[in-house]
Each structure stands twice: as C-alpha cells, then as structure tokens.
Design a binder for this molecule. Structure first.
Ligand code: SAH
Length: 400
C-alpha cells in the first residue's frame, strides 16, 4: 500500500476556532495557501499562522467544499487501521439495525456523520454498497475496502461513483467489486415490507433508505381506507407502504418510463393486487392540470420531488418552486386530507420549508395544521457540528 502524500497548509485566523471546535467541512476560503494543493486525495495538515497544529483533512471536490477534516490528532495516520476504527464505531452505532430482522437495508456509514465525509456505506441483506462522492476520497479506496472487509461478514461488495470520473478506466464502470454477485433483484426488508433492489443497474438501486420512518408512518397511521396520490413516485415506495396500510387506492405518477415496470414489481414482491393501484408515466405538472379538470380529489397526496429537475416543459427547483407545487397539491386534496411534503434539498432549512407551506395556504386562503415532521432516520447519522448534513425535511400537513 502506498503512503499518501501529506502537505502543510495555513488556516486563515477567522476560521481557526471553527475547526478547533470540530467543524468537518474544509472550505477553500479557510485556507490562505490553497494553491499549494495540486491533486485530490492529498492529506492536508492544517496549522495556524503561528504554526500550531489544528486538524488533518483530505482534499476532495464536491458540490460543496474542498475536502473533509479527518482528525484533530497530529500523529494520526490515515491508513486502513484509521478507517477500520471509524467503520467499527459506525457499526456499533447500528447494532439495533443489524439485530432487527424486519429491516435488512440501512445505512452503515454516513459520511461526516461517522467521521469521514465523502463516503457512504449501505447494507442490503448481506451485501454492502460503497458510494464515493469525490475523486479525493476514491483515492483511499484500497484502504477503505480493506477496512470494510476486516470489519464485516459480507456476501458481496458493490460501489457507485457520484463524481465526474472522466479519465478513469472504462472497465471500472461495473459496480461490482468483490465477493458474490447479488441476485437481481435482491429482496430486502424494511419494517416487514419487501423491496426489489438492483445493486448494479445504473445510478440508483431502487429505494431511498432515508424515508423509512416516513413510509412506516404512512402505512401504520394514515393510509387505511384512503385514496393516495404519490407524485415523483420513482419505484413507488410510498405507494407500496400506503397499500400495505390498507389504502383504498394508490396513484403513482413519475415522468420516467422505467417507473412503471419498477413500481409494478415493488407491488408484486409485496403480494399487493395491482387492480387498485394506478401507475402513470407523466409529468407531474400535467397530471395536476388533468386532475383539476377531472375534479379529482385525494385523501393523501405525497410530494417528493428531486431538488432540481428539468423536463421537456418545466424546470423545477425545490428552493424556488415548492410553494407552487404545494398549491397544486392543496387544490386536489380533500378537506381533512393529508399532504406529505418532502424535500432533500440542502439549500433551505426546516424553518424555511415551514414558511413555504404557510405561504402556499395563505395564497389560496386555506387553513392547515402540521401533524408531524421528520428529518433523517438514526442510521443516517448526523455530525452535531454540521447540522446542514441533515438535509431531509418531511412535513405531514392536514388541510382544514
Ligand atoms: N419519491 C420517490 C423518490 C423520488 S426521486 C421515492 O420515495 O422513492 C425523483 C423522481 O422524480 C425521479 O423518479 C424522476 O423521474 C421524477 N421526476 C422528476 N421530474 C418530474 C416531473 N416533472 N414529473 C414527474 N416525475 C418527475
């Protein structure tokens, strides 16, 4: 194993306290001599202008930031045993998830929440999925893979790269790394329900694990006897839980053609009769117009758009357009019905999201009551010094 290159850099005085206190994200503007950095994956020893050691980081470029802090200990070497220590601690933190037979898919390692930003590790019924968010962290792949193998019993290990990998070898396009290949689909459980998962089929595996508590709440407390519209439905995970909770009918709407067979499959692996489940491939904004024209009303409407999306006719940005989206939903929700408003946009807070909701109802001269709120579940561990890491915001709104 090659030793990683380390260089020393100076922090600007204004940022010293922030990093002494454990802030994990390295900001370019915090460094007075960032031009010394010439490659991702470099280890950076950060000093005050008076040469006091503050922290050890690595350089990796993501949407936000210039890298992540790894340690406040000068003598710590960033090697397989460092990553082993971090993964072991992360696993201890998920003891309850490993024990729980009714849930076999969860996040084992959540980036900076578990002490190493830029990498996540998810568990799917014996298989592990590593997701790399920068070339910088990917430079540590050997050490991290060795660490993972030494910590867990695995059937197989897969990876996804969420960074621009141009210039890399094409044979790395395969997501499978080692062990046995998973069946396709791989059936995992979440609170007793089944999900069909594909570990090596494009950018996503079929389910977003961060919504587990929201799905369970819909099934256990809201769905019974209700008509449910699930917008931006992807593989229909919310519809499946609504149906399992006794919903009278579900309607899933997504623009992507694949969403239709994928959603049907998720119903089938849960032995749900498809007769009461409608799956529509369409732009959600067109569907709203159609629903208004047909005077359709639903008892529950789920809104879970991407933070940003461009379709043929519309560009949607959660921070700019969520009020408009809510107004569309309010108009086709029954009195006393529930709107589940969700966003994974890190650009605004739960407080601003609350303001969007108030604004939408105010503009329609309607009244509402917030029933409950959700953010990330416990397996998506958050760093207490980096609250921005808790990007998920879900509000159950009752239309009065
Ligand atoms: N709610 C889903 C995840 C949504 S992912 C779940 O719980 O699993 C976002 C989805 O929005 C993608 O499947 C994408 O195809 C879809 N999408 C993006 N823009 C859309 C639009 N204008 N109309 C309908 N679907 C859209």
């Amino acid at each position: 194993m090659t030793m990683k290159k380390e260089i020393s850099l100076n922090l600007k005085p204004d940022y010293i306290e922030k990093y002494e206190n454990g802030y994990p994200l390295l900001l370019k503007e915090a460094l007075s001599d960032f031009d010394k950095i010439n490659q991702e994956g470099l280890i950076l020893n950060l000093f005050t202008p008076k040469n006091k050691f503050i922290a050890k980081a690595y350089h990796g470029l993501q949407n936000k930031g210039f890298g992540w802090i790894l340690s406040l200990d000068k003598s710590e070497s960033i090697d397989a045993s460092f990553f082993t220590k971090k993964i072991k601690e992360a696993m201890q933190n998920r003891e309850d998830f490993y024990q729980d037979k009714s849930t076999t898919a969860f996040r084992v390692f959540n980036g900076e929440g578990d002490g190493v930003g830029g990498i996540t590790i998810d568990y799917f019924a014996g298989y592990y999925m590593l997701t790399w968010y920068s070339l910088g962290i990917y430079e540590f792949r050997e050490e991290i893979l060795d660490a993972l193998k030494s910590c867990v019993d695995y059937k197989g290990i897969y990876q996804k790269k969420r960074f621009d990998s141009k210039g890399m070898y094409l044979d790395e396009a395969d997501d499978f790394i080692t062990g046995k290949r998973a069946p396709e689909p791989l059936i995992v459980k979440e609170n007793g329900a089944n999900f069909a998962i594909y570990l090596d089929d494009g950018a996503m595996v079929g389910v977003f694990l961060d919504q587990k508590n929201v799905r369970k709440t819909i099934r256990d407390n809201y769905a019974k006897g209700k008509t449910v519209l699930n917008t931006f439905s992807y593989t229909g995970a919310f519809s499946v839980f609504a149906a399992l909770g006794g919903a009278k009918s579900t309607t899933s709407v997504d623009l992507a053609k694949r969403s239709l067979p994928k959603t049907a499959e998720q119903f089938e692996v849960n032995q749900i009769n498809l007769d009461a489940q409608e799956i529509i491939v369409e732009d959600v904004f067109n569907y709203f117009k159609y629903a208004v024209r047909k005077k359709l009303l639903f008892d529950m409407v789920v809104l879970d758009p991407p933070s940003f999306a461009r379709s043929k006719k519309h560009t949607f940005s959660a921070s700019k357009d969520y009020v408009k989206l809510l107004k569309e939903a309010i108009q086709i929700t029954n009195k006393n019905g529930i709107i589940v408003a969700s966003t994974n946009s890190a650009n605004f807070s739960m407080m601003s999201f609350g303001d969007f909701i108030s604004q939408a109802f105010r503009e329609l001269k309607g009244k509402f009551k917030v029933e409950e709120r959700f953010s990330l579940p416990d397996d998506f561990r958050v760093n207490s010094k980096f609250k921005e890491g808790n990007y998920l915001k879900v509000v159950f709104i009752r239309k009065l």
